[in-house]
Write a protein that binds this ligand. Structure first.
Ligand SMILES: [Zn+2]
Length: 333
């Protein structure tokens, strides 16, 4: 009897379940928006680049889709990265680090948390280093540092701008001090691009924290952030507990950082590609598109007063600004 039961349980039931479930709809067809709670059909969510169309909440976007959306016609090439040292400290917590790595690699097309791709954007050559948050929280170890270095070298060789798109919880603690060493390493990588006179642009996505935010991520010539992304060094709770003060609303979010001058712009995901192309065009082709026409010489004070009666009623509100403008003009020789 016992044997029969286990045979039923172990063999027959899974078989039946497998047969039935094939015809059933998989339960991941709908996703609940973590912000507004609406259920969104997966195809719609994919079409909207993982942005909730009810409340515009930006969910995390996979690295493949991210690259596909940015490059012209979705075409790009991923470069092969050199194999980094695996598990240098033979680290083990509840699991061996080497096992964690293998598990992450089996669920990914990449060998670690950063992917380097190149292709064209608005007809311009660009190199992109993008993070895969689903790979061990996008944590930065030796392999990710290596990816950033390769990306910067590729940009320099191709004389192309480098766009970095972090999505990371910070340094990979399983690699200890070696992961921290990736901070100066990636800073140097970013510097190499800048020294070559090439644009270095950071697109900060949710989350950009820890050692990643404290290194290459914050060095963009232009720092763009996705809406509502968490960007900061230490977690809000840690800071709150340390300073024993309530943190302001929206602390460590893109919009707060924009208000306080830490990022240059907050851009919706569906406008990101066009925005990047516009910025790159401005940075790459500084010559104006039209003929430069000299501005007319500013009128002398007398001439301005003579012309004043032309308007029916002098506008009192207009005066202070006009005076301010006069004070601002440099004295004529
Ligand atoms: Zn929503």
């Amino acid at each position: 009897m016992n044997g029969e039961m286990s045979w039923l349980d172990n063999f027959v039931r899974p078989k039946i379940r497998a047969l039935v479930s094939k015809k059933e709809l998989p339960d991941n067809l709908w996703r609940k928006c973590p912000n507004c709670g609406q259920m969104i059909f997966h195809r719609e969510l994919e079409h909207n680049l993982s942005v909730c169309h009810y409340c515009k909440h930006h969910m995390r976007l996979g690295v493949t889709r991210r690259l596909e959306v940015l490059f012209d016609d979705g075409e790009y090439r991923v470069i092969e990265l050199p194999e980094a040292v695996h598990d240098p400290l033979r680290f083990r917590d509840r699991k061996r680090y080497s096992d964690r790595l293998k598990q992450a690699q089996s669920g990914s097309t990449a060998s670690d948390a950063a992917v380097v791709a190149h292709g064209r954007m608005g007809g311009m050559d660009v190199v992109v280093a993008a993070f895969d948050f689903s790979f061990m929280g996008g944590s930065m170890g030796v392999a990710v540092g290596e990816a950033l270095v390769r990306a910067s070298r590729l940009a320099v060789v191709q004389e192309a701008p480098l766009i970095v798109i972090p999505a990371s919880g910070g340094a990979r603690m399983q690699e200890g001090i070696l992961s921290l060493m990736q901070m100066p390493r990636t800073v140097i990588a970013a510097e190499e691009v800048k020294e070559a006179g090439l644009p270095y642009i950071a697109v900060l996505t949710d989350p950009t924290t820890g050692g990643v935010s404290a290194s290459f991520a914050m060095l963009g010539d232009i720092a763009i952030a996705e809406p509502q992304a968490v960007i900061g060094f230490a977690g809000a709770r840690v800071i709150q507990d340390t300073i024993r003060e309530k943190l302001p609303e929206g602390f460590q979010r893109s919009e707060y950082l924009l208000e306080h001058g830490m990022v240059d712009m907050v851009v919706q995901r569906d406008e990101l590609r066009d925005t990047l192309i516009r910025i790159l065009r401005l940075l790459r082709n500084p010559t104006p598109a039209a003929e430069v026409v000299a501005l007319p010489q500013p009128e002398t004070e007398d001439a301005a007063q003579e012309e004043a009666p032309a308007s029916a009623e002098p506008e009192p509100e207009a005066r202070p600004s006009a005076e301010a403008a006069d004070e601002g003009t440099p004295a004529q020789p």
